[in-house]
Design a protein around this ligand. Structure first.
Ligand SMILES: [Zn+2]
Length: 420
């Protein structure tokens, strides 16, 4: 169902801030805030434990099992996994709707990466410790505080540790959730926890589409088969055409030819050549247009090369045909919050209440999926600070993590509604 404005809450920002202040003043919520400080050692320990479990794309099972057990220990209800490995736990409210809080489990590190973790005071070191160790640790910290203090909410809070956010995972975990009728009908708001920090609000989804372009030809000897069509030349012609396509600056739209491969030796006409192309825009229509331009550039490049073959065939008898394939290897839909979205007003009111300064940003996160469906979703950090994401030098500093946790708790409670 569509996100529903809460009748009992005034829509004006000041009213919203008063509402946030009232939630923050509730004794249970104040106890939760205190927990975030007193439980820091346990939260950091969870973070290190889970980060130590390898979770490459499509290899999140063991980490998923660990989170499944933590959800049970904490006392969440209806703890289960779906067919792709997303782990769910519910803190029940009294309506059928839920506010979903999610964090991705996968890392960019392939299996076999040396996972060397260390802790020095508040600082944790190791690959994936922040992205998304910080998000997962915050997910557990929020669930544990709600369950320990028996905070009663109107809508349910749905906790999700999901698969497939990074790279070739291509948002498969979030896609699975939002292709499921039950979740589609009941998730009113989606809050994605990704990485550390409390200084950003990702409210716009950067879309991307990635292609592998493959050209095949007959191949042959560079001297005796000269004249046959050459797949590398086709790619070169296609690239030369494609990069001339004019791009709009608004909405910002970009491309990259990131990988080009082909051929076997300097004296062989290659049998195949391929390239990988990344297209990005805040507008799906622009990505569609650019993909079409790439397809056209490839088609024209083939025609050009075949015409060149005809010309060469008058003196060199070799001909032969070309085939092309353009495969989608990644597709992240773009989108943005509907105007006047409640989730953005609430997070801004929470930030104002906490005296926290945060910038609205555009990025590619799990929130792309609900945002592309016109749903209310944001991605925010799990608190503390971090750096070196996607490198072996990744670090996380838990100093001030409780601010990030208070921010997340106030956001989800204001969205779900608190019962006295
Ligand atoms: Zn991440």
């Amino acid at each position: 169902m569509a996100p529903h404005p809460r009748a009992e809450l005034p829509g004006l920002f000041l009213g919203l801030q008063q509402e946030i202040a009232a939630i923050a003043a509730a004794p249970m919520v104040r106890s939760a805030f205190a927990d975030f400080v007193s439980e820091e050692a346990r939260i950091a320990d969870w973070q290190l434990q889970l980060a130590r479990i390898p979770a490459p794309p499509f290899g999140e099972q063991v980490r998923g099992q660990w989170l499944f057990e933590r959800f049970l220990d904490i006392g969440l209800k209806e703890v289960h996994r779906d067919e792709v490995g997303n782990v769910f736990g519910v803190w029940p409210g009294v309506t059928d709707n839920s506010v979903a809080l999610s964090a991705h489990m996968d890392t960019v590190f392939p299996l076999g990466t040396p996972l060397n973790f260390r802790q020095h005071g508040a600082k944790l070191y190791g690959p994936g410790v922040s992205d998304n160790g910080a998000g997962l640790a915050a997910l557990l910290a929020i669930a544990a505080a709600l369950a320990r203090l028996r905070v009663r909410t109107t809508d349910s809070l749905l906790f999700i540790a999901n698969v497939g956010e990074e790279g070739e995972g291509d948002l498969r975990g979030m896609r699975q959730i939002f292709s499921h009728r039950h979740w589609l009908n009941t998730i009113a708001y989606q809050v994605v926890l990704d990485g550390a920090g409390n200084d950003t609000i990702v409210a716009e989804a950067l879309g991307s589409r990635r292609f592998e372009v493959l050209v095949r030809g007959p191949g042959g000897h560079s001297w005796s088969d000269f004249g046959a069509p050459n797949p590398i030349v086709v790619l070169a012609r296609a690239v030369a055409r494609f990069v001339e396509v004019p791009l709009p600056t608004a909405p910002k739209t970009t491309f990259n030819i990131g990988v080009i491969r082909g051929g076997t030796s300097v004296n062989s006409i290659p049998e195949s050549a391929s390239m990988r192309v990344d297209l990005r825009s805040t507008s799906t229509a622009e990505i569609d247009g650019l993909a079409e331009a790439l397809r056209l550039a490839l088609k024209q490049a083939v025609e050009e090369e075949l015409r060149a073959v005809e010309v060469r065939a008058s003196t060199h008898k070799r001909k032969g045909d070309l085939s092309t394939e353009m495969m989608v290897i990644g597709n992240r839909p773009g989108g943005e919050l509907p105007a006047g979205a409640r989730i953005l007003e609430v997070i801004r009111a929470v930030d104002a209440y906490l005296g926290n300064v945060a910038q609205v940003q555009r990025a590619s996160t799990d929130a792309n999926i609900p945002l592309s469906l016109g749903r209310e979703a944001v991605a925010i950090g799990g608190g503390g600070s971090g750096g070196g994401a996607h490198t072996l030098q990744e670090w996380f500093d838990a100093t001030g993590r409780d601010l990030g946790l208070r921010r997340i708790l106030l956001l989800v409670l204001a969205l779900a509604g608190v019962r006295q």
